[in-house]
Ligand binder design. Structure first.
Ligand code: NAP
Length: 497
């Protein structure tokens, strides 16, 4: 491995594998490649620290909504989580600890904003926005599934005189004490943010377009005794993880074949809503009118009760515009605001599309790929893009369990494909394998709750499932247990220039 940073400025360094991104995906990939004997790798990270989404999302209340004993790397258990659902800061610390524990700093380059990659026939040429370059036998994009924030297209937003902040880019030290705050959006970020700021603000208006299904979180701190037990007897922690895994995994049945169970659970949730929100009109406004699970099911014990507070307003009329002093709705109501919080989520896939990636025969991850519904094979490989591996790629997200499980499966698959290429030369997934996967996805999604007719970031503008893995994590693990030779063909040979 070329560790001489000065040499990198003089000549283009070559590595067996270049990994882009140092979040869960990039870290897992680097550890597993090394275990497989591939030491010649470099991790290029855009920011000045590792951590991905857990470094970037710092809004008040930000935490994981999957228990940490499962939302962590299987090969790096942590016995000292402070609670069941760790905060974003604690997960960020965990990822930094992983980098040290697995000695990854020596192959990590931070402050490298990779902007383009070209397949030259036998290697990738990778370029950063500042002009630095690398070449690689294989390129792994661990750039995050939810990285590029979405901003609402609201007339006058730029004229707002107060602070406008996106949850994904929360400024350090923003003081909301005594201020009139508006929150646009009621998804996973907003249900964590709203209860966390409600005591601080003078007045809070939540602008809701669609209400969410919300189930209890029951978050508990981890006592010292449990932490000692897990540290001393790691098997106990593995069993606890397995129990959590099994509990979450059975939920996948509710998204598909056992849809008759759904109304029973929905009824229980609505009973909880009735207890939390005494006012009938507010309760009605908070009641979803689509099937449970169609959009991401959220976890919270304290979101609904905030709407019983006298200084909190739930606004459901569409926003027609923003002016310097606040927001105007279609019913003509005005909301005077000092701070506007945008909690409108992310562009799934945006992190791949922002890169100018060019493979053989003009294949890219750009507009044509998006228009085609972001076709891949298992969310990892793409026809026409040899020796390119996506992590948290299309159709690998989950609605019921930890995406870290999916990342680890995809990593295992990518490592097996890279090892295979060492033996047989650069390879690319076949169109046929990709089409077979696309047909399975279509068939499989048709009978799930995600196709039941709600608007969600799981579907693209044409209503195609481009985000969710529509089956169990066991099935994904099995499907990606190794790269099958029949799914690959040799990359096109280098063309004489
Ligand atoms: P989101 O779930 O996509 O929610 C966006 C919200 O903004 C929705 O309520 C949406 O309404 C609303 N919205 C979007 N555009 C709007 C517009 N133009 N005008 C008014 N409202 C608008 O985004 P998110 O809450 O940031 O969460 C995104 C994903 O990040 C989650 O699903 C989850 O996977 C992940 N996340 C995870 C955690 C965690 O704890 N692990 C925490 C936060 C986020 P509609 O529903 O009507 O579209």
């Amino acid at each position: 491995m070329s560790d001489d940073v000065t040499a990198e400025t003089d000549a283009v360094p070559h590595h067996r594998v270049v990994i882009v991104g140092a979040g869960f995906s990039g870290i897992a990939m680097a550890v597993r490649l090394r275990e497989a004997g591939i030491e010649d790798l470099v991790i290029l990270e855009k920011a000045h620290d590792v951590g991905g989404t857990w470094r970037d999302n710092r809004y008040p209340g930000c935490a994981c909504d999957v228990p940490s004993r499962l939302y962590s790397l299987s090969f790096a258990p942590k016995a000292t989580w402070s609670r069941d659902f760790a905060s974003a800061g604690e997960i960020w610390d965990y990822l930094r600890e992983c980098v040290d524990r697995f000695d990854l700093r020596r192959c990590l380059r931070t402050g490298v904003d990779v902007s383009s990659a070209r397949w030259t026939g036998d290697r990738w040429q990778v370029a950063a926005a500042d002009g630095r370059r690398w070449t690689a036998g294989a390129l792994v994009l661990g750039v995050g599934g939810l990285h590029v924030p979405v901003w609402p297209d609201l007339p006058g937003l730029h004229d707002f005189a107060g602070n406008v902040v996106h949850t994904a880019d929360w400024p350090d030290g923003l003081d909301l004490t005594g201020r009139r705050v508006g929150v646009i959006g009621t998804g996973a970020s907003a249900v964590q943010l709203v209860p966390a700021i409600v005591d601080e603000v003078e007045h809070l208006t939540v602008f809701q377009r669609t209400p969410s299904w919300i189930v209890p979180r029951h978050d508990q701190p981890w006592g010292a005794a449990r932490q000692r037990l897990f540290a001393r007897w790691p098997i106990t922690q593995r069993l606890a993880r397995l129990r959590t895994y099994a509990k979450l995994e059975v939920r996948v049945l509710g998204f598909g074949r056992l849809e008759r169970l759904r109304p029973i659970v929905e009824r229980q949730i609505l009973e909880r809503l009735a207890r939390a929100v005494p006012d009938e009109a507010t309760r009605r406004a908070l009641t979803p009118d689509y099937a449970l699970g169609c959009k991401r099911v959220l976890l919270s014990d304290d979101y609904w009760p905030t709407f019983a507070r006298p200084h909190v307003v739930l606004e459901t009329d569409p926003i027609v515009g923003v002016d310097p002093g606040g927001i105007v709705t279609s019913a003509g109501s005005r909301h005077d605001l000092d701070v506007l919080v945008i909690a409108t989520g992310f562009d799934p896939g945006g992190s791949f599309e922002r890169l100018d990636v060019r493979g053989q025969d003009g294949k890219t991850l750009g507009a044509d790929w998006v228009a085609a519904g972001r076709p891949t094979h298992f969310g990892v490989t793409v026809a026409g893009l040899p020796e390119l591996y996506l992590l948290l790629g299309p159709n690998t997200a989950l609605g019921h369990s930890s995406v870290v499980l999916q990342i680890e499966s995809a990593v295992r698959y990518a490592v097996s494909a890279i090892l295979r290429a060492e033996r047989v030369g650069p390879s690319v997934v076949t169109e046929r394998a990709q089409q077979r996967f696309a047909a399975w996805l279509r068939r499989r999604t048709r009978y799930t709750v995600w196709a039941s007719g709600c608007r969600s970031w799981y579907l693209d503008s044409q209503g195609r499932n481009v985000t969710i893995w529509p089956a169990s994590t066991v099935r994904y693990r099995w499907a990606t247990r190794r790269a099958r030779p029949e799914d690959f063909e040799p990359a096109a040979p280098r063309q004489p220039s």
